[in-house]
Design a protein. Sequence first.
Length: 204
Amino acid sequence: MRSRTLVRTAALAAAAACLAGGTAATAYANGHDNGRHQASHAWPQRLIDRSPDLVQPQAITVDHSIGEKRAAQEVHLAQQLYTFWNIGQQKYLDAAVSPQFKDNTLPAGRPQGPTGPVFASRNFRTAVPDLTCELSDLLVTGDKITARLVFRGHFTGTFNGVQGKGQNVDFNAIDIQHVGTDKIIEDWHIEDNQTLMTQLGVNG
């Protein structure tokens, strides 16, 4: 199932790149390419910052037409942003998003701008203190970053007055980030909240 998902995701990225007049190269952290097209696949791998404090994408697809410098910049911004979601340290968010950042799918009750993700992360970690964020797929096309994320942890804290009992949390999210000159300036996102609420046991 995961292999089919990765193939579909890579195909979408390649199609987007072709529509933009470019080509896309895909690399997988777990060797799904089976050694094929190694020269092409080595290019996206070179763009990844291997610093041990940053999250590493499990799969990465990059539009060649934007150039290596711009592509590396966008990959690095994504790694910083999702490291913030992975460990909750604000310095990574500050490095990734502009002070003028705008959330175009702002949930009710969440502040607009860069304070919104900080607010969301703190509230989420009140419920799930050991929350992690896996960067399962990273697609870089033009000035857009698209990410498929998997959030995991255990409901040992509180949510809406409900005390957790250690329930497992494991749900997906999709982000689209718009990159300006040097930082992310706006985003769109959707989370599988139905699965999350079921796992927390707070539906209805």
